[in-house]
Design a binder for this molecule. Structure first.
Ligand code: ATP
Ligand code: ZN
Ligand code: ZN
Length: 804
């Protein structure tokens, strides 16, 4: 019976979420599988495009006229059925195209242009046999889609038997690395007989025979050369004499080559144990429960993660752990690898395409049972998941800001439902959304309320920079902080200093009274626009002149805010000439591995001060750090964003948490022009629960998440009025579908209204319950595809991280 394949095609100008049906030619019927990429004709003129097989079915009568699948691009599925199902859900959820979602799930080398090489992977298959199927001259660059169906069939079978291997090559990056292994074919009993035939003066050969006779296990060829001080030629002649077999094996590039000292599970304290028990209970009963692990900094959350993972492994399951951009937390990788060794695969953006591809294949071949990675690792092709963990779950980097605009937390939740396994969200400062859900029992709250070893949280002192300014003039280091640094230098203890760089100089502030200009309608700070020489509200579009004097205290010291790390480093060095300073910011960490090197140096005590941007705030665990200084707490606070207080509190609490983690007490200085702001006052006691209540109240008043859902729609066009018109048209279409309760902000130009010569207009919808919204927006998006040729781009972001 004829088969049809349902295929999601890769057609950028006419994207669609529904699969197209193609007949499967009889010759491919055996080989084709769901999850493979295929070449199919599309549109008029028989253009050939790539597509993903998402379903196979029996053809009905009328489908006999369909076009046929042209050829296969893969000899084995590149996506599991789970991931295909996930892509469908994700496309709907994030208002994006299924093809975009499918491509997002694959490593780069499989998305880009590449050539393919075929390699024999099993010595049972001889080159002659393979050459009968595929001429040898095309082994190094073959195109599956140009093969005949019978060739495709034969190769697919060999691939399934693991006799051949397909290597994807992109600019030479994605080649698999291969090394020779030497396997002895002789035993101790053969030794004498063989030695008798070897010339007496052939010492090297004798050594080799002796080694082979006494070592039945295989050895890496280079290692053998070194060990016996022999040459490849000697080994080869041993092979010719039938003493040994040389076998080419693949060696994965290991981005974390250093061997990690293996660690043993620690004895948990009561709170840790109680938390772990709940998670493991869910693992054992295959329950898709979400846990929120709220644990103060240094309370040992990571140890709970590790033991939950160990439990999943003990039950023959796998584990997925997400961390916020892993390059930023090399310490975390070390800890996971230290516990689980070779079972761990690491996926993050700092790896080369080749390294990523190798790790991806190790997962796909079930050679790795634990996956650690940043956001996109949530799509790792791992099967049989026993637990998923998201560390620092409040981090904004878990949300992707390009299509598909997904949040890793939601994707993880979907996968947990699929695998019937628990999800653990961990943080010292959970996102308001997650904490609110645990309030409603949607998530189960697990709390670690004190630090390991019973150490108190570090003491936090707030330095009022308005007073400092009056007393000592404009400066980066208050006397209080300077004294504390000096003290640490004398004691031989370490300090971490953070310069907050987020959103610098985008707003203006009065240096005398800390006043920041706010929108009269939105209670959000206004943003400085140098192009129009005005202050604008990014939410409602309100605009006013740049003030020359402070509207609050009439001071003239009202100016932009912001300064650079390099400048601060110089100043610090001048102040403390004897101090050894390490600077960590985007400039010093651009090179691969630079991040790790800096942290290693700091960790081994080769520096006294680590000065850096936000990237030093998270996850670092250095026992000798007893002082943390925040030079400017205010920049994040005054961003025109309803989440700015939350971000500030999180950042200050996280960075404070780096101090006093071991046996020595920690101390923290926060320099600020807003000493009375609640986010700063509450960061002083690192009291998350109090902050949560206060912030929830404010969100309630302002009708912001988590009380309201939000949806942002953006239109972009080269001509400003067309972008604006489009937004008004969208609004006209949407309004009848919405209830009276929905709140619509805009249309307004986006904060950075013009990017790359395109103008951006947006509307933001705040709503509680709008059953018609999803469908209406999806329809608008589909219709706007027809306008694609006219150059209008529409983007939809559900639950945007900010409205900027
Ligand atoms: N049960 C335990 N017994 C002894 N030491 C422990 C135990 N659990 C954790 N530790 C140690 O305590 C320190 C802090 O733990 P960990 O880094 O896991 O805390 P955390 O909650 O993840 O911290 P943060 O959120 O601040 O990054 C680590 O050095 C860890 O090895
Ligand atoms: Zn406003
Ligand atoms: Zn003022």
């Amino acid at each position: 019976m004829a088969q049809i394949a349902k295929v999601i095609v890769d057609v950028p100008t006419m994207q669609t979420n529904s699969p197209y049906s193609y007949l499967v030619p009889d010759q491919l019927a055996q080989a084709i599988q769901v999850g493979m990429r295929v070449v199919v004709p599309f549109g008029n003129g028989n253009r050939k495009v790539q597509g993903f097989v998402v379903e196979l079915a029996v053809a009905s009568h009328f489908e006999k006229q369909l076009k046929s699948v042209e050829s296969l691009m893969d000899l084995e599925p590149v996506l599991t059925k789970e991931l295909i199902a996930l892509s469908g859900w994700l496309a709907d959820e994030t208002f994006s195209f299924q093809i975009t979602c499918l491509l997002t799930m694959l490593p780069n080398v499989m998305r880009a242009k590449y050539s393919k090489q075929i390699r024999i992977a099993d010595s049972e298959l001889t080159p002659t046999e393979l050459a009968q199927i595929l001429p040898e001259d095309s082994w190094n660059d073959f195109t599956p889609e140009q093969l005949t169906p019978s060739q495709q069939n034969a190769l697919t079978r060999l691939r399934r038997q693991n006799k051949i291997e397909i290597v994807y090559q992109v600019k030479n990056q994605a080649q698999t690395k291969r090394i020779f292994q030497v396997q002895s074919l002789i035993t101790l009993a053969d030794e004498e007989k063989i030695l008798a035939k070897v010339r007496k003066n052939a010492v090297k050969m004798q050594q080799l025979v002796h080694y082979l006779a006494t070592h039945p296990e295989s050895i890496n060829q280079t290692a053998l050369e070194k060990k016996l001080a022999i040459s490849v030629a000697t080994i080869k002649s041993g092979e010719a004499k039938g003493w040994l077999k040389r076998k080419q094996v693949e060696q994965y590039r290991d981005p974390y080559k250093e061997t990690h000292t293996r660690t043993q599970p620690l004895h948990l304290n009561e709170e840790q144990q109680a938390a772990l028990n709940q998670v493991t209970a869910a693992i054992h009963s295959s329950k898709a429960q979400t846990f929120l692990l709220e644990g103060v900094t240094g309370s040992g959350k990571t140890e709970v993660y590790l033991q939950a993972i160990a439990d999943a492994l003990a039950h023959k399951k796998t584990a997925l752990m997400l961390v916020p951009e892993i390059a930023l937390t090399p310490q975390m990788v070390t800890r996971v690898k230290g516990r689980f060794g070779k079972q761990v695969a690491v996926l993050h953006s700092g790896l080369s395409d080749g390294e990523k591809f190798d790790e991806w294949r190790r997962i796909k071949r079930h050679e790795a049972q634990v996956v650690v990675g940043a956001r996109s690792a949530v799509f790792a092709p791992i099967e049989n998941i026993g637990v998923i963990i998201i560390d620092e779950e409040h981090e904004t980097s878990y949300k992707q800001d390009d299509a598909p605009r997904y949040h890793a937390r939601n994707v993880a939740q979907w996968r947990c439902m699929f695998h019937h396994c628990p999800l653990v969200l961990g943080s010292a400062t959970p996102s308001l959304e997650s904490r609110a859900r645990s309030e409603k029992q949607v998530y189960r709250l697990l709390r670690l309320t004190h630090r390991i070893n019973g150490q108190p949280l570090p003491q936090v002192k707030i330095v009022d920079m308005r007073q400092e300014l009056q007393k000592n003039g404009s400066q980066n280091f208050s006397p209080a902080l300077s004294d504390a640094i000096e003290q640490r230098l004398q004691l031989g203890q370490q300090s971490i200093l953070m310069l907050n760089r987020r959103g610098f100089s985008s707003f203006i502030m009065c240096r005398d009274c800390g006043f920041v200009l706010k929108c009269p309608n939105c209670d959000i700070s206004l943003t400085l626009h140098m192009d129009s020489h005005s202050m604008k509200c990014h939410y409602c579009g309100h605009e006013e002149a740049i003030p020359k004097v402070c509207p609050n205290c009439k001071s003239h010291k009202i100016r932009y805010y912001g300064t650079g790390t390099e400048k601060v480093e110089q100043e610090l060095q001048e102040k403390f000439p004897e101090a050894r300073i390490l600077r960590m910011d985007v400039d010093t960490t651009r090179r691969k591995g630079a991040h790790e090197r800096i942290l290693q140096k700091f960790g081994s005590g080769d520096a006294d001060i680590l000065l850096g941007t936000q990237m030093i705030a998270k996850g670092l665990d250095f026992p000798n750090v007893t002082l943390v200084g925040v030079l400017n707490a205010d920049t994040a606070l005054e961003l025109p964003d309803f989440r700015s207080s939350e971000r500030t509190f999180q950042l200050l609490t996280q960075v404070s948490g780096r101090a006093g983690r071991a046996d020595k007490l920690g101390e923290v200085f926060i320099q600020t022009f807003n000493p009375d702001h609640y986010a700063i006052q509450l960061a002083k006691t690192q009291n998350y629960e109090n902050f949560f209540r206060k912030e929830m109240y404010i969100r309630h008043q302002g009708k912001y998440p988590p009380y309201y859902f939000t949806l942002q729609i953006t239109a972009a066009h080269k001509e400003e009025n067309l972008a604006a018109q489009k937004m008004f048209a969208v609004l006209d279409e949407l309004r009848p579908q919405l209830s009276q309760n929905a709140i619509i902000l805009g249309p307004t130009p986006k904060p950075i209204a013009r990017v790359k010569n395109k103008y951006y207009y947006q509307i933001v919808i705040k709503y509680k319950n709008e059953p018609g919204l999803h469908g209406a927006v999806t329809k608008i998006l589909q219709e706007s595809q027809k306008n694609y040729q006219k150059g209008i781009q529409l983007a939809i972001d559900a639950e945007p991280q900010s409205f900027m």
